[in-house]
Every structure is written in C-alpha cells, then in structure tokens.
Design a protein around this ligand. Structure first.
Ligand code: NAD
Length: 489
C-alpha cells in the first residue's frame, strides 16, 4: 500500500524544493514504510507564505463555518477509523487496540469539541468610565507554527490544530521525523472535507533544520511546541527574533502516590496503565511510583504479576497490549537507564531488557521494567519516556509531597486514597498542571492540559487553548464623554 509522503503546501502535495527525502520505519521490524519528502528552509518559506495568503479569508469566515468544517473532519476521521488506526500503529508501534480504541476516537472528539467551540468564543464589554464603551475582541494571531513529537502524532494534530483553526488562525505544522504518515493522511482528509487551500500546511522534516527555521520564522506569530524540555529551551531562544508567542508542552516525571488506605486492586491496574500504556512514551506517564511503606509489599506483588503478564507483540495483532518503542535510538536510551539503575544500586524487579522472543528480535521492544530506587537517584529524577517505572517508599504525607515536588518537572501526577480530605489536600500541594485522584492519565478535550515549572507553559484544550490562540483587542468608543482639553489653546 502506498502512503501519502509529500509535503502539503497550499492545498497540494509537493516535493521538497531540493527533492530530499528521509525514510520512516516500522518499529516492529525496522522495515521502511515510506520515503517522505524532507522540508528545508525554502519549503518552510513556501508553507508560511501559503498560510499567510490563506489567513485573511479564513479569519474572516464566520466562526460557525469554520466550526462546521472541523465537525465534518471529525466525522471523516471516524469514518476512516480502521485505516487511520492501522497507519498510526505501523508508524508508531502503538498496539492497534489503542490506536483504534483511543488515538483515533480521541482525535475525532477533539476536532469535534473545537468545531463546537468555534462560535462560542466571545469577547466582553468592560464597565469603564461614564461616556465610554469599551469592548474586547478575541482576534486570531495569524500564521501559527506547530511542532509535535512522535509519541501521539494523530492525537496531537487534534490538540494543536483544533483550537488554532477554530479561532481563525492558519497553520504550518511540522510532524516528528519519525512519525509523519497519519498527519499527511489527515491533511488529505482535510482537503477532502473542504478546508481551503493554505489553511493547513504540513512540513515533515528534521528538528534542527525545518523545526528550528519554523521557530525562528519572522512570518510566524506563535509557535506551539510539544517535545522535550531541552528542545523547548531552543524554541524560546529561536522565538526571540520577532518575539512570537510561545506555548510549550514539555517533559514530565509524574509522581503516582499510593497511600496506605488505597483500594489496591484499582490502584495496581491504574498504575500499570499510567506507565505501560503506549510503552511509557507519554509525557504524563506515572513514571515514579511512590508507595506507603505499609502497603508496598502487597502492592508490588500484584503490580509485578500484572507487569509480567502484559502481552508484547506485533502492534497490528489485536491481542497485543504493548508494542515496540518508536525508534531504535529511543529503545537504546531506555535500556541505558536500566544500566544506570544498576550503577546507582537500584534493583531491577522485572524487565530491564529486550524480550527474548525471536519474533520480536528485529523490533524496538523493551519489557515492562520496574526498578526499586531511592528518590534522589537519576532514574527517579530524569525522564526515561519508556516502559520503565521507579518505585520508592515513604512514611508520611509531608515526606511524599516533598518527593513528588522535587524534580524540575510539573506536568501530571496522581494519588490513590480513600480519604477524601487527604485527596484534595495533597492534590492542592502537588506542583503539577494536572492531578488525578484514584485514576491516572485522564484527558478530555474540555479539560486544560499543560504543565508548570520546566514542563512548560500555556494550555491545550478547553477554553484555555482558545485564549492561547487569540489576542485580546480592547476597543474604546467615546459615546458621550466630555473630555477636558489636555492642551488648552
Ligand atoms: P524532541 O524535543 O526531540 O522533538 C519534538 C519535536 O521537535 C520533533 O518534531 C522534532 O523534530 C522537533 N525539534 C527537535 N529539535 C528542534 C529544534 N531545535 N527546533 C525546532 N524543533 C525541533 O522530543 P521527542 O523526543 O520527539 O519527544 C519526546 C519528548 O516530548 C518528551 O520529553 C516528552 O515528555 C515530550 N512530550 C510532552 C508532551 C506534553 O504535552 N507536555 C506530550 C508529549 C511528549
């Protein structure tokens, strides 16, 4: 089967100006899925020009009409569920059960939510001095640059494009070099449902070239970035030339706290989902398990048994529960953390290596890995971004809050308890953009998503996202005011 693999600029699929391409691989067996056109600065210039040309008409289109196109797109995505899910699984390694059950429906739901939101974003009237009318408009920013990582390519298209388009901006989006295929297919579906040419432009390419150039581009009004904290810093520097708006969704090291009164069965299942879903390649993964010392042994015996029972396999097999990591380089990085754990005196309780199964030998697989470690160890402080969870114990609430807050990150975190007061008290003290109580990793298009500290700033989803893709314009009208002359002549 052929895949759409060219740049999408001005409503057409085109080759890169210099004809360059790069390969996107299937992480299950390392085979090449497609040779994808590689955007270089000249192509980014073309894409920004196409988006700038499309902006006046798109931003003036009635908000309800922009919304209608987003709603049509949501329907189209649902109609193509099987195809999109398969493509996402091939390119990323997500188990098909997840691509079909989570990635595609969540993408459709996000576009639908923002389709409905398009004509709900209202300005306001401010009660100012007598004789004046002051009203505030929410205006789109212009051309926005969007840069996404490889862990949830399709879903992030919904998160990034949905609010930007609903608010009337036009887009140049750079998918991650590892996983461009569903984004390009989505562009094709957008053209099919009637998005005008130039409103969305897709420029696959490398971060250091295409991404960096997009972040620096003087024609771009805002850069919305999801990726590592290290790259986030470069984005901020690159944005300085024209002082463009910046929104950053960066790394995380989620603390997942299990108190002594927690209902252990759901806590064990939820904690496994928190770290092993998508092979742990999630910024909000519950990657630091903090167990009260009284229940640590009981929790761990159930948690270990569950981790060992997870079915690794071909992402296209509907029975597979964990697929490969998305790239060989990333697999090696995750395995390095297993060595670091040994060096630091941690104890690998299970996993820590590639599976022995010969059928998976060509793929980038890592077994579910649980490591007992001290809270100050590197494996408890640094983002591993794989099926790798550190486990430490604590004695009381004050101690565990201090541990939870000790990393530079502040994205998501969770806690398990039956004590209602404690649940709210601890949630309030966790330095995080999102906290889950007796659950983990819930997301919804209406609920703001983003971090504090070095996990970034700005919010995706909900009204917050719409605000982040608009500027407030304050308009003053002298209705009936007697203004004393300032400079009497
Ligand atoms: P990354 O920072 O290496 O790459 C992310 C994107 O940025 C890619 O498209 C890449 O090509 C591009 N890029 C790289 N260098 C660039 C540069 N100098 N200028 C502009 N663009 C550049 O991250 P990754 O390894 O692809 O993704 C994993 C990271 O993303 C993890 O740290 C994870 O926590 C984070 N993440 C955060 C969220 C969130 O919402 N907070 C969600 C998912 C992933």
């Amino acid at each position: 089967m052929g895949y759409q693999s060219k740049l999408f600029i001005g409503g057409r699929f085109v080759e890169a100006a210099d004809g360059a391409t790069f390969a996107t691989l299937n992480p299950h067996d390392g085979s090449t899925l497609a040779e994808v056109s590689e955007a270089e600065p000249e192509d980014i210039d073309r894409a920004v020009a196409a988006a700038a040309k499309a902006f006046p008409a798109w931003s003036r289109l009635a908000a309800a009409d922009r919304g209608r196109l987003l709603l049509k797109l949501a329907d189209k995505i649902e109609e193509k569920t099987d195809e999109l899910a398969r493509l996402e699984s091939l390119d990323t390694g997500h188990p098909i059960k997840d691509s079909r059950g989570l990635d595609v429906p969540r993408t459709a739901a996000t576009f639908r939510y923002f389709g409905g939101m398009a004509d709900k974003l209202q300005g306001s009237v401010v009660p100012v001095e007598t004789g004046f009318l002051n009203y505030v408009l929410r205006e789109p920013l212009g051309v926005v640059g969007q840069i996404v990582p490889w862990n949830f390519p399709l879903m992030f298209c919904g998160w990034k494009m949905g609010p930007a388009l609903a608010a009337g901006n036009t887009i140049v989006l750079k998918p991650a070099e590892l996983t461009p295929l569903t984004t390009l297919r989505l562009a094709e579906l957008m053209a099919e449902v009637g998005f005008p040419e130039g409103v969305v432009n897709i420029v696959p390419g490398y971060g250091a070239t295409a991404g960096q150039y997009l972040a620096e581009h003087p024609g771009v009004a805002k850069i919305a970035f999801t990726g590592s904290t290290a790259t986030g810093r470069k984005i901020v520097q690159a944005s300085a030339g024209n002082l463009k708006r910046v929104q950053l969704e960066l790394g995380g090291k989620g603390a997942n706290i299990v108190f002594e009164d927690a209902d252990l069965r759901p806590a064990i299942g939820g904690s496994a989902f928190a770290i092993f879903h998508n092979q742990g390649q999630a910024c909000i993964a519950g990657s630091r398990l903090l167990l009260h010392e009284k229940i640590a042994d009981a929790f761990l015996s159930g948690f270990l048994a569950l981790a060992k029972s997870i079915r690794l396999g071909d992402p296209l097999d509907p029975k597979t529960e964990m697929g490969p990591l998305t790239s060989a380089g990333h697999r090696d990085r995750v395995l390095t953390y297993c060595q670091i754990a040994h060096q630091e005196g941690g104890e690998v309780l299970t996993g820590g290596k590639a599976p022995a199964d010969a059928a998976l030998a060509q793929g980038y697989y890592v077994e579910p890995t649980i490591v007992r470690a001290q809270p100050q160890d590197r494996v408890c402080m640094e983002e591993v971004f794989g099926p790798f969870v550190s486990v430490s114990t604590f004695k009381d609430e004050a101690e565990v809050i201090a541990i939870a807050n000790q990393t530079p990150y502040g994205l998501g975190g969770g806690l398990w308890t039956r004590d209602l007061s404690r649940a709210h008290r601890v949630a309030g003290q966790m330095q995080a953009g999102m906290v889950w109580i007796n659950s983990y990793k819930r997301v919804n298009p209406g609920s703001p998503f983003g971090g504090v500290k070095q996990s970034g700033y700005g919010r995706e989803m909900g009204f917050e996202a719409m605000r982040d893709y608009t500027d407030a314009k304050s308009v003053w009208v002298n209705v009936d005011a007697q203004i004393p002359p300032w400079y009497p002549r």
